[in-house]
Design a protein around this ligand. Sequence first.
Ligand code: DLL
Length: 448
Amino acid sequence: MNTSTESGLGAKPGTARYLHEAQETMPREQLAALQLERLRATVRNAYDNVPLHRSRLDAIGMKPDDIRSLDDVQRLPFTMKSDLRDHYPFGMFARPRSSLTRLHASSGTTGKPTVVGYTRRDIDHWADLMARSYWSGGARPGDVIHNAYGYGLFTGGLGAHYGAERLGGVVVPMSGGSTERQVSLIVDFQARVLCSTPSYALAIAEVAEQQGVDLSRDSALKIGMFGAEPWSDAMRREIEARLGIRAVDIYGLSEIMGPGVACECEHHAGLHGWEDHFLFEVIDPDSGRPVSEGESGELVITTLTKEALPMLRYRTRDITKVTTDRCDCGRTHLRILRVTGRNDDMLIIRGVNVYPSQVEAVLVGLTNIAPHYQLVVERKGKLDHVTIETEVQPGVEPAAYDDIARQVAHQIKTMLGITTDVIVKRPGEIPRSQGKAVRVRDLRPKGA
Ligand code: DLL
């Protein structure tokens, strides 16, 4: 097992050993036994306290005690985001309102928001899992943690905040926006850890450069905990170079908890999914059947310890692969490989399936092109058509734009096999995000 002092499971000399080492390095058979015990309790909680789960289980003649092995999870019906909407606001909660400690909600582009609730114990577990994620990413007690995830109904801000406190960090509750001020505070307070979406990290880097601040030289930043949206490895390299940090991928979703469901360790070889609290499956999104380990599919998550909102086989719509191969860090928990995108975001361009993050991987790193883009999707006849809007690096002459557009289109065709129109814009013309970036402007008729 890796016991290095600066990263992985080891503690800094002179500090306590890593508190959660036992949970994270547990032999997989022992982990499976723990999962089974917790799965049974979760199904019992859902059946006894949530009418929707009870009626679905009754409909297939299944009782909580029928869960005898982990494979039995596959007999449980799926839960979808629409179930939360249909039972707005509290219909999926397994605890009365008086036992809740907090609510979060996602705005949702259409219809009702999805509302999630937590008991005090749920919040406590969440703080633990976020603290474990920080540690796994290399943050340590005493680190100044600059939190630029949005505070409010979004789970990013408060999730990262409670975890930072639980870790023993010094949290700066900055939230998103006021980017110039973010830059000064990062420098002045000597933040070692930056929490934000990857797209906002890039916006911070850009504003710093405009202010003449080189964050890789002038700040104490060493680690970025980036998530809440898909991002490519090319984007990771770009952010690492511009901020002078190691960029760590962190995953989560409100319906399951919030940030900290899974996080990379120092090996950057996939995100450890915290299996003592969640059961992960990967399924074929069309048939609903499990795919073999290592194959790509939709991530499905069952919570194992949630009191207020137990989730049975929640269809995340996120496309990924998992591996249970042992990681060099010593953790035994499975690894989710980078989430390429959401099922809903997949574009089908003349039969070729493409995620925005794949287009990003081609764009980032092209000479003269800045790492900011949007994809405009339209319906032309029966086919989807994509226009890539991208931006040049500062200093590029407008006379070169047409050539650059042709080069980008050629590169996209070569790498991804799709034909696109490309519009090259001036520096700063693509809107910058303060949270999740809007990568796709979908102009297709609704329901098409
Ligand atoms: O985005 C929670 C979060 C906050 C995660 C901060 C990480 C950091 P939601 O707003 O419910 O929750 O959105 C969840 O965002 O289903 C994925 O589609 C996407 N997502 C989250 N993390 C990643 C990631 C938060 N690391 C949805 N890579 C998820 C790719 C991600 N997609």
